[in-house]
Design a protein around this ligand. Sequence first.
Ligand code: ZN
Length: 134
Amino acid sequence: MHDFLCPKCYEYLRVGDNIIFKVKNSKKQSALLLLSPQIGNYTSHKHHSFEIKSGEYLEFYCPLCNASLISDIHKNLAHVIMLDETGESHNVFFSQIVGEHSTFETDGESVHIAGENAGRYTYFKIGDKFRKYF
Ligand SMILES: [Zn+2]
């Protein structure tokens, strides 16, 4: 299974079958949110007392160094690093909007897209390049 790292502190965010994030909802309440390490699987787990609504903007943070994971390509997308079986690193971007299914994975050469809402982010910047998809 792929490992996921924080892009700021490079510590491991995946434990078992979950990637662990700290999130803040629009009421500025914090909680832990567990996401699947499988790209395109939008199953999530949280404590029942933490309320999130569909369409709500969540802020994702590294639970280890507390850095914001907001990406520099779009404020709606969070950024983590994925390591594949060969130790090669990929950038993974996913939507911070509850219920919005958009994930982008890139090794710097090509971009893989998952989620039925990915078309909302048709412009995609890789390194210094600005590329259009679709
Ligand atoms: Zn970190």
